[in-house]
Unconditional design. Structure first.
Length: 348
């Protein structure tokens, strides 16, 4: 292998140029070639990895914004590679938990090779009888978000009605399937006919609608939920949240996973129907997946057999090569991805 004895190899990288306001553009990132020595420094407890698959995630938009105080998410560094979740193979390890040849998922760089300086944040991949790219989504951060958000935050009961926005995406497609398997009535919204078809015919949702084609979101929700909504799994915010509040049932729960419709706005939209919280005794709770990573082994134990038995299915949208990574990331904010957006750096 080139670079095996510590000589320099080509390292293609996606560099973050500068902080962004408004919608991110391709020109906010630049694909560059540098070189890297494939050798760990003496005494390092880091990992030298070869990146295989990278994950495009909406939260990465927060990291493109000039840091404000207080900072809850670490911003990207202008002039340095983008960082995010990915699947990688260990080339050299200075950490007792990993050895050469291990596969892992966790935070890495948008480049061919990365020196991971915090290996304790990475998860070793033990089950390789599923596609490795699944660990960028279904079996990684997005899957854990769906699992923790639904079971820990929504407090579901069998027979309840569940509404999911951005339902065909990485998180939404699994929330819907978990809710169906649990015995709920599940409806999703998405932004195209193709996505609505997926929800109904592949992911087994009871109903779905294209929010871009509905003149009146309140009417669409009343049509799908004549008796009201027990659980809203919130992925988009804005007008959808406002409309959902009108249809929530008594003691309804809103799990605030994300609000992608607001991430690129200079001025966030207001929510008007807040008085519904009072008489309907609605509980709304935001959550961040990293607070639930201790549940990962339990999640894997539940989800792996369901995948192997075909009870949980998964749709990925794959971009080939780091050159296409900026377009893939930006596409999330225009609904270009059909399913989980993955970037392939290398198949081996
Ligand atoms: N709390 C956490 O720890 C956590 C962890 C992971 C993800 N999240 C959040 O979960 C949500 C879903 O993430 P994901 O990874 O599953 O992404 P995703 O759904 O795979 O991709 C994003 C999708 O959002 C929809 N979208 C984009 N702009 C929109 C807009 N203006 N209005 C309505 N929908 C819009 C698009 O689908 P359509 O074509 O259907 O519009 C797009 O495909 C995001 O809000 C994300 O920030 C939170």
């Amino acid at each position: 292998m080139a670079g095996e004895n510590g000589e320099a190899v080509r390292n293609k990288q996606v560099i973050f140029r500068d902080y962004v306001s408004g919608f991110p553009e391709n020109t906010d990132m630049e694909v560059r070639e540098s070189t890297m020595k494939l050798r760990l420094l003496e005494g390092s407890n880091g990992l030298l990895v070869k990146n295989l698959y990278l994950s495009c995630d909406p939260y990465m938009r927060f990291r493109m914004t000039k840091p404000n105080v207080p900072v809850y998410v670490e911003p990207f560094r202008p002039g340095s590679p983008i960082t995010g979740y990915g699947v990688a193979r260990v080339l050299e390890s200075g950490h007792p938990n990993f050895k050469k040849g291990d596969l892992l998922w966790g935070l890495t760089g948008w480049e061919e090779y990365t020196l991971i300086t915090a290996p304790e944040t990475c998860f070793k991949i033990e089950h390789t009888d599923v596609p490795l790219s699944y660990y960028t989504g279904l079996l990684g951060m997005a899957g854990m978000t769906a699992y923790a958000g639904f079971f820990e935050v929504c407090s579901p009961k069998k027979g309840e009605t569940v509404f999911i926005s951005a339902a065909s995406g990485a998180v939404g497609q699994l929330v819907g399937q978990l809710a169906k398997l649990f015995g709920c009535y599940v409806v999703g919204s998405a932004g195209s006919k193709e996505k609505v078809d997926l929800l109904k015919n592949k992911f087994g949702f009871d109903d779905a609608f294209n929010y871009k084609e509905e003149q009146d979101l309140d009417a669409a929700l009343k049509r799908c939920f004549p008796e009201g909504i027990d659980i809203y799994f919130e992925n988009v915010g804005g007008k959808m949240l406002d409309a959902v509040l009108l249809s929530m049932k008594l003691h309804g729960r809103v799990a605030v996973c994300g609000m992608i419709s607001q991430y690129n706005l200079e001025q966030p939209e207001g929510i008007h129907n807040l008085t519904n919280f009072i008489l309907k005794r609605i509980r709304m709770e935001g959550f961040v997946v990293t607070d639930y990573y201790h549940l990962y082994p339990k999640f894997l134990e539940m989800v792996l057999p369901q995948i192997k038995e075909g009870k949980i299915v998964y749709v990925e949208d794959t971009a080939e090569g780091l050159e296409n990574a900026p377009t893939a990331l930006i596409g999330l904010f225009y609904g270009c991805n059909v399913g989980k957006q993955v970037v392939v750096v290398s198949h081996i």
